[in-house]
Design a protein around this ligand. Structure first.
Ligand SMILES: [Zn+2]
Length: 457
């Protein structure tokens, strides 16, 4: 694509919002990526759908300028309904806030672009794409049918294109992503071939079949290997910048797809680490199904009859919920004693046996805050591989407002926050320094959804 000279945007309106034109339009762009981004904002503002779609091949649809403005916001600022619809079709998020705490819908409302407002409102009420949370973006085809074919697994281990990721004491071997040049470091899993690990694999370490790279039968196969006790120097011969990382919170700074693969591998490896013995009779268990089952060594054990959840990797469902006030103008956030100072988040708690999502939500909210809630809406889920939790994210509607903390509970504070306050917390502009969990946490996404849905209040 040929780069054309940048054009300064001009607006006929006398009113102006901070940051409503590409901030660097008067500054010489520092690189090609910045030029493409500026051209995207320019084309969105002018309503040039065709050029916007071409530029999206090179620029992230939700790329921001230094004031936090996205292409969707520039289109909203100028009432460019066709561009808004195209950007939404391309997956642009309506929930992003600029550095002034405004969504694209806020901007369209401010400038009285009613058609643009309704296009954005429609999308806000019925999101065009489901929310994919961090740790859930696993690109592998798990191909569970292959697990029951040990000959196929043995042959797949030795293929030239097979990829291995390694863990020692449940810590993954990572390195900095060389393709990321921004100030914030990103990490990726170090990949090994069979030949590079053949000496270790010959000793029959714990080996987990993670999946196929694609649906093709000749696709690369991924495995996780426990290399606890193996010489780290031999791994560094392959990746000299690799290191065993303490998984939390460092794995929250990974390439998102690698984070998904890490979540699968670590949850399974942790299960093996903790469940070496039969829960029914106490005998040792042995690994089957390429790491996805453990069977009891004792031929007389009851676990050999029927299907038992003691034989399969466990997943522990927990609820995390954003409680919205009866008038929908505020949300309830709490502080656990273990949180970093000044951080608030959604309430959360584990499901109990025989309990449905809705009842867990109502019970946990009332136990922790004294608030009674009615309707419960499912939002999205997030695997949390510490060790194998599945967070089920909900938005729920309060019937009462009086907060009463349980003194024995780990929650040390809970309070109602208005939307402007929450926006300040999201953008790290709260006068008391209060803030929210990072965007990789499902709590952050629940709160952002509520902020986006209430932007016209
Ligand atoms: Zn047993």
């Amino acid at each position: 694509m040929r780069i054309r000279p940048l054009v300064r945007l001009s607006f006929s309106c006398s009113r102006r919002m901070s940051g409503d034109r590409p901030a660097s339009s008067a500054v010489k762009p520092s690189n090609v990526a910045t030029q493409y981004q500026e051209q995207l904002f320019d084309s969105a503002a002018k309503g040039n759908v065709e050029h916007v779609l071409t530029l999206l091949k090179a620029v992230d649809v939700d790329a921001k300028n230094d004031r936090g403005w996205t292409a969707l916001m520039f289109a909203a600022r100028n009432g460019q309904v066709s561009v808004i619809k195209s950007l939404l079709e391309q997956g642009s998020s309506v929930n992003i806030l600029n550095s002034s705490g405004q969504t694209a819908l806020d901007i369209a409302n401010f400038w009285n672009h009613s058609d643009a407002s309704s296009a954005l409102s429609d999308s806000t009420v019925v999101p065009t794409q489901e929310c994919r949370n961090y740790y859930s973006v696993n690109p592998l085809n798990r191909a569970s049918d292959r697990r029951k074919h040990p000959e196929w697994i043995d042959q797949a281990v030795k293929r030239d294109n097979t990829k291995f990721i390694v863990f020692s004491d449940l810590n993954p071997f990572l390195k900095q992503d060389p393709s990321v040049t921004s100030r914030k470091s990103k990490y990726i899993l170090c990949l090994f071939s069979y030949k590079q690990l053949a000496e270790h694999i010959a000793k029959k370490p714990l080996l987990i079949f993670l999946g196929l790279e694609t649906w093709d039968s000749e696709s690369a196969v991924w495995f996780a290997v426990d290399v606890t006790g193996y010489e780290e120097s031999k791994l560094k011969d392959v990746h000299n910048d690799g290191f065993f990382a303490n998984p939390f919170p460092l794995t929250m700074q990974m390439d998102e797809r690698h984070a998904g693969i890490f979540a699968e591998a670590r949850s399974i490896l942790t299960w093996h680490d903790r469940y070496s013995f039969c829960a029914t009779c106490g005998s040792p268990t042995v690994v089957r199904e390429a790491g996805y089952k453990r069977v009891c060594d004792n031929a007389d054990c009851r676990s050999h009859k029927g299907i038992h959840n003691t034989c399969y990797p466990r997943v522990d469902p927990s609820l995390i919920m954003l409680v919205v006030s009866p008038d929908a103008s505020r949300c309830l956030l709490g502080r656990k004693k273990s949180f970093p100072p000044k951080m608030f988040s959604c309430l959360a708690g584990f499901m109990e046996p025989g309990e449905c999502i809705e009842d867990t939500c109502r019970r946990e909210v009332e136990e922790e805050s004294g608030i009674q809630v009615g309707r419960v809406e499912y939002h999205s889920s997030q695997p949390w591989p510490f060790p194998a939790v599945l967070m089920l994210g909900c938005i729920t509607h309060a019937k009462t407002e009086t907060i009463k903390l349980d003194n024995d509970d780990e929650l040390e504070a809970a309070q109602w926050f208005t939307r402007p306050e929450v926006v300040q917390m999201i953008t790290h502009q709260h006068p008391d320094g209060l803030f929210l969990p990072p965007k990789q946490a499902i709590a952050h996404q629940l709160i952002r959804t509520w902020v986006g849905n209430t932007s016209n209040l």
